[in-house]
Design a protein around this ligand. Structure first.
Ligand code: NAD
Ligand code: IPM
Ligand code: MN
Length: 345
């Protein structure tokens, strides 16, 4: 197993160190190459993602990333030039973001139901496509555009993936989240594609919600969701919210996947570099550890992935959530649980 690791900025390296501790317990033979990309490299050399590095990354089975972004770098430079560039170059069209309320974890909701959903976020299009610009800059008539790109190819492949995932889950329910009442062009395309693909999945029930209403129901009735399929920006926002209601952003894992497997997929916590807590050793590495489980599942190492998930579930069921421990202590606990092959459920 050849893995590329990009620790990145802020708490990225802190949580990745723990994720690698846990990975070492399940796949000790994994061959790991570390790539120092992010704020420090940009300051030192002006480089974001050199072509040679991109070429090397392509030679790996998968990529594990911590987080990028730093207050010392103008907003968007690292996010666009490194993270989004990787997602676009490597055609990560399915951005998979599970949100599950683990037993023992305290949700901010007073009386949370069982929550077990997966958001299938489109990863290469939408308002993220970079199709925009500033006209008449620094004049009173400045115009800023950020045009959302939705191709039938791009929408169809992510919708197909979401239906296939829904068909393999017990509840077999899919919710399209969009804003068809205002974004009528993109909304029409998304709705028609969902309708067409649904014909091939008569066993999957389909619902539609406007994104504003979805934020209500994610808080008041999150148990209703099974698979959510949505565009790049809505998916970004909904998954921070889904993470919050399932115990916090420190637990939320994600996979940026090229499901055709032509390019390596990239796994990373949903959270960012958290400059407000970076360097203190208090970031929760659980999201990074669960991202390793998603990575292993993607590479067919299901038994190893289940061992990691079971260890996280055990730790979450037994940890003192008021003081979960330092980053390294959580990593040590999870590594020990994985090595003792703890089973739950
Ligand atoms: P953030 O996710 O970094 O932080 C939001 C809040 O969550 C902060 O209060 C932070 O302390 C907390 N938090 C995040 N991860 C945590 C963890 N593991 N344990 C405990 N608390 C945690 O979002 P932000 O503050 O909006 O962004 C900071 C920087 O990160 C920006 O530069 C942004 O562009 C970037 N970012 C990168 C990614 C990525 O690399 N995938 C994702 C989101 C944001
Ligand atoms: C995420 C982040 C990124 C996104 C940013 C940093 C480009 O918020 O992974 O959720 O918007 O996709
Ligand atoms: Mn985000």
């Amino acid at each position: 197993m050849r893995l590329a690791v990009i620790p990145g900025d802020g708490i990225g390296p802190e949580v990745i160190a723990e994720a690698l501790k846990v990975l070492g317990e399940v796949v000790p033979a994994a061959e790991i190459t570390r790539y120092d990309l992010g704020a420090a490299r940009w300051h030192a050399t002006g480089e974001l993602l050199p072509e040679s590095v991109l070429g090397e990354l392509r030679q790996h089975d998968a990529i594990l990333l911590g987080a990028v972004g730093d207050p010392s770098v103008p907003s968007g430079i690292l996010e666009r030039g490194l993270l989004l560039r990787l997602r676009f170059e490597l055609d990560h069209h399915v951005n998979l973001r599970p949100a599950r309320l683990y037993p023992g974890v305290r949700s901010p909701l007073a009386d949370p139901p069982e929550i077990d959903m997966v958001v299938v976020r489109e990863g290469t299009e939408g308002p993220y496509a970079g199709n925009g610009g500033l006209l008449r800059k620094d004049t009173p008539h400045e115009i800023a555009t950020e045009v959302s790109i939705n191709t039938s190819f791009g929408v169809e492949r992510v919708v197909r993936d979401a239906f296939a995932r829904a068909a393999n889950r017990p509840r077999r329910h899919l919710t399209l989240v969009h804003k068809t009442n205002v974004l009528t062009h993109a909304g029409s395309l998304w709705s028609r594609v969902v309708e067409e693909v649904s014909l091939q999945h008569p066993d999957v029930t389909v619902a539609y919600q406007h994104v504003d209403a979805a934020t209500i129901h994610l808080v008041t009735d999150p148990g209703r969701y099974d698979v959510i399929v949505t565009d790049n920006l809505f998916g970004d926002i909904l998954t921070d919210l889904a993470a919050a209601v399932t115990g916090g952003i420190g637990l939320a894992a994600s996979g940026n996947m090229d499901v055709t497997r032509r390019n390596p997929s990239m796994f990373e916590p949903v959270h960012g570099s958290a400059p407000d807590i970076a360097g203190q050793g208090i970031a929760d590495p659980t999201a990074a550890v669960l991202s390793v489980a998603l990575l292993l599942d993607h590479l067919g190492e299901h038994e190893s992935a289940r061992r990691i998930e079971a260890s996280v579930a055990f730790d979450l069921a037994t940890r003192d959530h008021q003081s979960p421990g330092a980053t390294y202590a959580i990593g040590d606990r999870l590594a020990a649980l994985v090595s003792s092959n703890v089973r739950t459920g």
